[in-house]
Design a protein around this ligand. Structure first.
Ligand code: SF4
Length: 229
């Protein structure tokens, strides 16, 4: 996914292309793991997303691409309202979950954060650095042997499984300021919108991400997204 119109003109944008490259690399690694292991999500399943948003964590940096898109499309206020509604509800879901979508339900599939990409297709390391795949409950229900089978293939070196901590540490290295420190997905997105809005305002763009026509004037630009969490 290209972040058209947003070039690296400052520290906030730095690393965004590296983040998208890392997502592509991870998508390739997951595709190979799926092909080699036979693991797959049940068609149309969205159960992993349909849980409290507080259980789904991401860094602000991972939500920054979607926040920039929201600003660019002039939809930052829409999302901030959605987030404000969700904030008071302990059962609130991720604001990107859309049950009307036929596949999966994620409305930001190409920009979804790391945890959402890794869920069901990644491993943790045990004390001997042995990868242990975290197989989703729905996959195990569909095929109780699938976890053992995947573990055997990994142990035998037949397939490589993405290691969660490896990708998380790379994101932290790309952007040490905003690429670490996990928040609930909705909170991370709210912070990302506020950050992107503030940055665009200071850079002389309007809330849609477009440069001011008189962008080099000396008038103060009010940050468009001042609502606190
Ligand atoms: S961002 Fe997408 S994949 Fe992740 S929890 Fe929200 S709806 Fe699900």
């Amino acid at each position: 996914m290209a972040l058209a119109g947003f070039t690296g003109n400052g520290s906030l944008w730095d690393g965004l292309n590296d983040l998208m490259k890392l997502y592509r690399e991870l998508d390739d690694a997951i595709a190979k793991f799926i092909e080699g292991s036979g693991l797959a999500c049940p068609v149309g399943c969205r159960i992993c997303c349909d849980t409290q948003a507080t259980k789904i964590e991401a860094t602000v940096f991972e939500l920054l691409p979607q926040a920039i898109i929201a600003c660019h499309e002039g939809r930052a206020s829409y999302w901030l309202n959605m987030l404000a509604i969700a904030q008071g509800d302990a059962e609130a879901r991720c604001v990107f979950l859309d049950h009307n979508l036929p596949q999966g339900g994620c409305s930001i599939y190409h920009c979804r954060p790391l945890l959402c990409r890794l869920f069901g297709f990644a491993a943790v390391l045990d004390k001997d650095a042995r990868p242990l795949p975290l197989v989703c409950r729905q996959m195990k229900t569909a095929d109780p042997e699938v976890g053992c089978h995947a573990q055997q293939l990994i142990d035998d070196g037949v397939v490589e499984v993405p290691i969660s901590v490896y990708y998380a540490s790379r994101i932290a290295a790309i952007n040490p300021t905003h690429g670490q420190g996990l928040l609930s997905i909705n909170e991370a997105f709210r912070n990302a919108i506020q950050l992107a809005g503030l940055y665009l305002a200071l850079a002389g763009s309007d809330s849609g991400g477009r440069p001011h026509p008189d962008g080099d004037d000396n008038s103060p630009h009010t940050p468009p997204f001042g609502r606190s969490a």
